[in-house]
Design a protein around this ligand. Sequence first.
Ligand code: SF4
Length: 74
Amino acid sequence: MATEKVVTVRSKYCDFLERDVELREWRVYPSADFLQTQGLTYQVRRCACTGAIDCNMKGITCRWAFTNPSNDRS
Ligand code: SF4
């Protein structure tokens, strides 16, 4: 059975919010038998920043806030 984990991939100070934020991935780890056939350790379901809601509310575009996939402010 697959399991899901939230992993912090980076911590940084973001100039747009003027505070520390974390960039997180929601990873799905497939069962061991599936791993052997696909050669994968995990798949990323989604990525988000702990400041994503604030950036959405302020109209700040960033792929980590789901507001612009081509604008990576990480
Ligand atoms: S979503 Fe992007 S712009 Fe907003 S705090 Fe995170 S890294 Fe900074």
